[in-house]
Write a protein that binds this ligand. Structure first.
Ligand SMILES: C[S@@+](CC[C@H](N)C(=O)[O-])C[C@H]1O[C@@H](n2cnc3c(N)ncnc32)[C@H](O)[C@@H]1O
Length: 317
């Protein structure tokens, strides 16, 4: 069977795709057309991201084969049933955080597999991969020298690691409501030998009593978090209070993206932009990345998954 990726040019991508095909040979056609959609620049970005993911895989129990198996589990056993429910009902299955806590977050083994699968999806699913590219190649380089950066809900920590690699970024801070997520992000920075570390704090974005007087940042990152919340507007309002006047936010939220812990159903990119604007931000940029193999027009027509990236700016006065 011929190799999917050129191992000399893209060694990490070749290793990852081979590991996936070893546990899921039927995924070949999807992977082939998925990578055919990427130009050289996108392939270079994918290779860089995959190199990070492989180092993380090598540091986890079961290594890359386990990660590849969990990616298949994510696609077939976690997302597909939710997708079928969404197609039947035009709604997400859950809307309350307490239900997500009981059915998803409290199941340790399920969560590990879910998170492993999502880590792989960050490079394989084009919508995820393009968001990461926008963050690394457009948002971070556009920040002023020395900008302090807060990420809320860093999860796997890849975005924190990318920020830590950029010399122009100032202090880096990470907040998450979950101690396990903070541990995972800390672990990623260590394994990837990030040039700098971040200061980590357990904070619930909704709990104002956990904030300190000097909690004000030049840049705030909120990626794949809003859809997990019951009240995304309140979260964005908190974000506004935490952004220094003139500072920027990078928000990545998927629309029409059923998952067992997604509570807030965003229907399209206009709704994402409106949410950010209604919180008080000026919208500097808004981009939409449809799922692999799908045009934006088709995604709109059929309510398929798109990721919406919105860059907002808190007015200077
Ligand atoms: C799906 S992960 C996002 C990971 C990563 N940012 C990404 O782009 O893939 C969502 C994260 O948001 C965190 N989170 C959820 N609700 C939160 C809240 N109220 N305050 C702070 N963090 C929260 C979760 O613990 C989790 O780490």
């Amino acid at each position: 069977m011929c190799k999917l990726m050129d191992a000399e040019q893209f060694p990490s991508l070749a290793r990852l795709t081979e590991a996936i095909l070893a546990v899921w040979p039927q995924h070949r056609r999807y992977l082939q057309s998925n990578f055919a959609e990427r130009d050289t620049d996108m392939l270079r970005h994918s290779e860089r991201l995959t190199a990070m993911i492989l180092r993380l895989a090598d540091s986890t129990e079961g290594g890359l084969p386990a990660l590849a198996t969990d990616y298949r589990f994510l696609c077939e056993k976690i997302i597909l049933p939710e997708e079928m429910h969404f197609r039947r009902t035009n709604a997400y299955r859950l809307t309350r955080f307490d239900d997500a806590l009981e059915q998803v977050y409290s199941r340790k083994e399920f969560m590990t597999r879910y998170m492993n699968g999502l880590l792989v999806s960050d490079v394989i699913w084009l919508n995820h991969c393009r968001c990461m590219k926008h963050y690394a190649d457009t948002f971070l380089p556009g920040l002023p020298e020395g900008a302090s950066l807060l990420e809320i809900g860093p999860g796997h920590g890849l975005l924190l690691c990318l920020a830590a690699e950029r010399p122009g970024i100032g202090e880096i801070t990470a907040w998450d409501v979950s101690e396990a997520s903070l541990d995972a992000s800390r672990h990623s920075l260590e394994v990837l030998e990030a040039k700098r570390t971040a200061s980590f704090r357990q904070v619930d974005i909704f709990d104002r009593s956990q904030r300190r007087e000097n909690d004000l940042f030049d840049a705030i990152v909120l990626s794949e978090v809003l859809e997990h919340l019951e009240d995304p507007a309140a979260a964005l309002s908190a974000l506004f209070d935490l952004t220094r006047p003139g500072g920027r936010v990078w928000i990545n939220v998927p629309a029409n993206s059923p998952a067992p812990d997604h509570l807030f159903l965003l229907r399209n990119a206009d709704e994402a932009t409106a949410l950010v604007r209604n919180a008080g931000f000026e919208v500097v940029e808004s981009v939409v990345y449809p799922m692999s193999g799908v045009t934006l027009e088709r995604a709109k027509r059929e309510a398929l998954t798109v990721n919406c990236v919105v860059v907002g700016r808190r007015p200077a006065h």
